[in-house]
Design a binder for this molecule. Structure first.
Ligand SMILES: N[C@@H](CCC(=O)N[C@@H](CS)C(=O)NCC(=O)O)C(=O)O
Length: 264
């Protein structure tokens, strides 16, 4: 198994050869030597979990996992549309309209979905499985990115009114295999304003501090709207930022997929 990261330039060169022109892509080589490329992160995640004994075989249990993976995609759909407006047919919106949309996404849309997640979180893993499942991997990678301020446009304070979700995220990030995968940068992610992005400690835990109310989180989102990389668009991390390790990069060969090194 090999984890191949691509720069923006390498991705552009590869794009035409990829299913849907997108990453991530999992390349499988069959015993007969036949090569197959599988797209869609959720499908790749389930496949990896199945191969690793982390996807339930019982249909209802598998459906609970799948529902949570789909819920993560729903939660961030509007964010992704505003962040990448051209891909979603929103390229005609001007910067002010996109700013207003991002403010609403941060203040209302994402917090509403996350409040639903909070109701589902218990003391164990998200889908009630004995071991972490695709649901935990899908949610944790996104919420970790949100927490370190790497989802430009979303205020990390969104997580503050969600104690069960934060406790589950801490539990997941404390797993030795997850710790080995991520290199958490204590300084947090450079793209986010310091006041809106509490830096995680090296352990991955939150810094102490009194929680803000959802209203305060919305106000903070408004106050600390991030700088945009170009008019009306919210850029992801640059390849240099990824390369510097600020967001946390894999520290060892772990998985299998080709992923962009420049985007989440
Ligand atoms: N639904 C797809 C979305 C994949 C996606 O948006 N990939 C981005 C990089 S993270 C991409 O390839 N963007 C370039 C493009 O769409 O042209 C998945 O979950 O894998």
């Amino acid at each position: 198994m090999e984890d191949v990261r691509h720069s923006r330039e390498a991705f552009a060169a590869l794009k035409a050869s990829l299913p849907n022109g997108q990453l991530p892509v999992l390349t499988l080589t069959g015993e007969d030597g036949k090569v197959e490329k599988i797209a869609q992160s959720s499908a790749i995640l389930r496949l990896i979990c199945s191969l690793g004994g982390l996807h339930p075989s019982e249909p209802a249990a598998a459906a609970r996992v799948d529902a949570l993976v789909a819920m993560e995609a729903d939660t961030l759909a509007a964010y992704r549309a505003v962040k990448y407006p051209g891909r979603y047919g929103l390229g005609g919106l001007d910067a002010a309209a996109l700013d207003a949309a991002m403010t609403a996404v941060s203040a209302t849309v994402v917090p509403t979905h996350l409040a639903n997640l909070e109701k589902l979180v218990g003391d164990g893993w998200l889908a009630g499985t004995e071991k972490p499942s695709a649901a935990d991997f899908a949610w944790a990678s996104s919420l970790r990115e949100l927490r370190v301020g790497a989802m430009v446009g979303l205020d990390p304070a969104i997580l503050e009114p969600l104690p069960r979700t934060r406790a589950w995220l801490d539990r997941f990030l404390a797993l030795p295999a997850v710790q080995a995968y991520y290199v958490v940068e204590p300084a947090g992610f450079g793209a986010a304003p310091a006041a809106a992005a509490p830096a995680p400690a090296a352990s991955g835990r939150r810094q102490p501090g009194s929680p803000r109310s959802p209203t305060a989180a919305a106000a903070a989102a408004e106050k600390h709207k991030p700088a945009k990389t170009h008019a009306g668009t919210y850029g992801g991390p640059s390849s240099d930022e990824w390369a510097s390790g600020k967001l946390g990069r894999p520290s060892g060969a772990l998985d299998v997929v080709e992923t962009p090194s420049y985007l989440s």
